[in-house]
Design a protein around this ligand. Sequence first.
Ligand code: ZN
Ligand code: ZN
Ligand code: ZN
Length: 373
Amino acid sequence: MVPDDPIPQHDFAGRLDRAGAAAAESGLSGVLVGVGPDLEYLAGYAAPALERLTALIVRPGGTPVLVVPELERPRAMEAPGAANLEIVGWVDGDDPYEQVTRILGSSPGRLAVGDQLWSAHLLALQGRLPGTAFEVAGPVLATLRARKDAGEIALLARAGTAADAAFAAITGEGLGGRTERQVAASLAEHLVEEGHETADFTIVASGPNGASPHHEPGARRIETGDVVVLDFGGRLGGYCSDITRTVSVGEPQEEIRSVHHIVREAQQQAFEAVGAGATGAEADRAARDVIERAGFGEAFVHRTGHGIGLDVHEDPYLVAGNDRPLVAGNCFSIEPGIYLVGRFGVRIEDIVALTEEGPRRLNEATRELVTVD
Ligand code: ZN
Ligand code: ZN
Ligand code: ZN
């Protein structure tokens, strides 16, 4: 994959239409989102998260309005979705919440707000609109965002390929004798070299640290005989990568081989379940059954997977209780793990796109237990 292929154009007008229609269907007067992935999804605007209010208001049937600090207007107008919006600026000293209430009218019945709208903004709005029922926009927007179109899947696939290449680069360098922090820094460089705009996280968890799923890489020096969990990702065209591979520094002991084999089998069973039309809960169950049967049920301490897109964790979740069927366009991780406290951990994670033709892995780095120097 050529890293500088053009980023596909997204259909912002269609997304805004669908959001307006979903708001109407839910009986909402409008949906208001602040800075973050919802705004990026609807308008292509990756705005700075600051204390000044930036808010996109989508109402059934109306033109979407973007309320921005006047000094951000030039940036907002450059957003690829800006042509679909009416842009309303406010200057320092104005009351931006007045602008919002003017747009929404004095008594919107029910208003959904983006899950990531700052509470300072929400509380100010609630103060201005005492008769309005506020709710989270998650159920409306998350469903839209969870169904990726071909352009989004192409970007997730490119991000996945770039993450695979970063894995190949780091294993080629060898890990023994380096600290976790050094390996993490090197991984971040590889993510960017391979085409990501940013490296967002680089978990390097060696030896006993591997038993902490979100271990923060530290000063521990990696030695021969260690098992190392590498879980990392970045952003390409705004879309996230997220891959985990567990490697052995030097020849692995038999127990490590056997635990790795169980995790790999659990990962494969969840993959096959999503191809067979499973719900999020059933996919989680498919992975968990393998690990429980092997006697490690208590050592698998997290859900099997999360949706991924503009956010690294978003709908749909592969978790007990998610009884909604997975549908074509859903993209999510499958990442079972076994964590043996004080000893080591193993996790294997791929991003999977559910297409009309079935599930497709967006990571192709080998899932075999790799031995590195
Ligand atoms: Zn995680
Ligand atoms: Zn991960
Ligand atoms: Zn993940």
